[in-house]
Design a protein around this ligand. Structure first.
Ligand code: ADP
Length: 375
């Protein structure tokens, strides 16, 4: 039988935190409980730094209680120092071990000032998810909206390059980071903070901590839409992200190949499983227009994503051709929507942005994310 969050909470409710017999769950100190599909359990316990020694005993008792459950493959439990409003928290680098974060904050709460958070996701890497996220964000900006772009692809952050941003974000008061800015949108990426290789080896709680930090410890200000470029795939990091974020919806990017469509289907079902609406499917690298003769070829087949969208009952947002200019401009840090704003490719991204905004403003407002259900 698979382990569920409820099993874990039940076990944790047998762990007393004080002499009065208050249990860990009732104490309100438990900030995250995540169970991934490999049977690993992660949670953190909020403490005051002065009670660290005593609470370490509680942490160990909690680990023992959860480890005793059948099918638990590992337990990652941390103590996190609560941070009273307006005070600083202990400093540590995001690349360092188990970074403390503002644990008292429920993870699925709305981000103050941010109206809608949307995810751009794909079932696998290399399908053009980041290129789509960045041009979609810029397309939303052309509608007159205030837009942020969060590169949560911690295993391969590409926004610094795609948006042509160099340097590091400034640290403001209370360890809040100021987002970088390019082409009128606010951008945050783990790529600004750590070397790519460092992010690649992150696992479990560190991934969760980094993502939560980029969502909540960044001065996003007032935004109509925050576009989140998700890590590719449908594993732990994506589920964590879906759980940690008040997502209003998700855009799935796929290429026309069958294989990619299978992955896209997995992406759709992952979001459906956590009850996040699918804003639509985008078919990227749909056709190839020969730059010499102008003839269109459907190198990977054609229409698959549109058919798949209709089969799955989700909107089809459009198709973007495989085009050398898109790649060259991306590599040069000048996304096609700003480099060739009147061109045909910008037109496709803007139309997608319009459809997404219509769906968002039509009532699919940001809401607390549901809990993960492990089947
Ligand atoms: P992912 O985020 O899915 O890994 P990227 O957005 O990084 O994918 O794209 C992978 C590569 O494909 C990049 O070099 C990018 O410039 C290129 N690319 C993406 N979309 C297109 C397109 N429509 N036409 C040409 N090249 C593209």
């Amino acid at each position: 039988m698979a382990i569920t969050r409820e099993h874990v909470l039940q076990a944790l409710s047998t762990v007393p935190v004080d002499a009065g017999g208050t249990d860990l769950v009732a104490s309100g100190r438990l900030s995250d409980v995540v169970v991934d599909d490999a049977g690993r359990v992660m949670f953190s316990i909020t403490i005051d730094p002065s009670e660290a020694a005593n609470m370490e005993r509680v942490r160990q008792a909690a680990v023992t209680a959860v480890q005793g459950l059948p099918a638990v493959k590992g337990v990652f439990a941390s103590l996190t120092a609560d941070r009273p409003a307006g005070s600083g928290a202990p400093a540590s680098s995001p690349g360092g071990p188990q970074r403390p974060r503002s644990a008292a904050q429920p993870k699925n709460q709305r981000i103050p000032g941010v109206k809608h958070v949307i995810a751009v996701a794909s079932g696998k890497g290399g399908v053009g998810k980041s290129t789509t996220a960045c041009n979609l964000a810029l397309g939303l900006k052309t509608l007159g909206l205030k837009v942020g772009l969060l590169d949560a692809d911690i295993y391969g952050p590409s926004m610094p390059k795609l948006m042509g941003i160099h340097g590091k974000p400034r640290l403001l008061e209370n360890r809040i980071l100021e987002p970088m800015e390019a082409y009128g949108i606010k951008v945050m990426s783990i790529g600004f903070l750590v070397e790519e290789e460092a992010a690649m080896i992150w696992r479990g709680p560190m991934v969760m901590s980094a993502i939560t930090q980029m969502l909540r410890e960044v001065a996003w200000g007032d935004l109509d839409v925050l576009v989140v470029d998700m890590p590719p795939g449908t594993g732990d990091a994506q589920l964590t992200m879906a759980q940690a974020t008040p997502l209003a919806g998700a855009v799935i990017v796929s290429t026309p190949q069958d294989l990619a469509l299978i992955d896209a289907r997995r992406g759709v079902s992952m979001f459906k499983r956590v009850e996040i609406p699918i804003l639509g499917i985008v078919e990227n690298m749909a056709t190839f227009v020969c730059p010499h003769c102008g003839q269109s070829s459907h190198i990977f087949g054609h229409g698959g994503a549109r058919d798949e969208a209709s089969r799955l009952g989700v909107p089809f947002l459009g198709e973007i051709p495989l085009n050398m200019t898109i790649r060259e401009l991306s590599d040069a840090g000048r996304p096609v929507v700003v480099a060739e704003p009147e061109g045909p490719h910008a037109g496709i991204y803007k139309s997608m942005a319009q459809q997404v905004w219509t769906a968002l403003s039509g009532g699919a407002a940001a809401r607390p994310a549901p809990r993960i259900v492990i089947e």
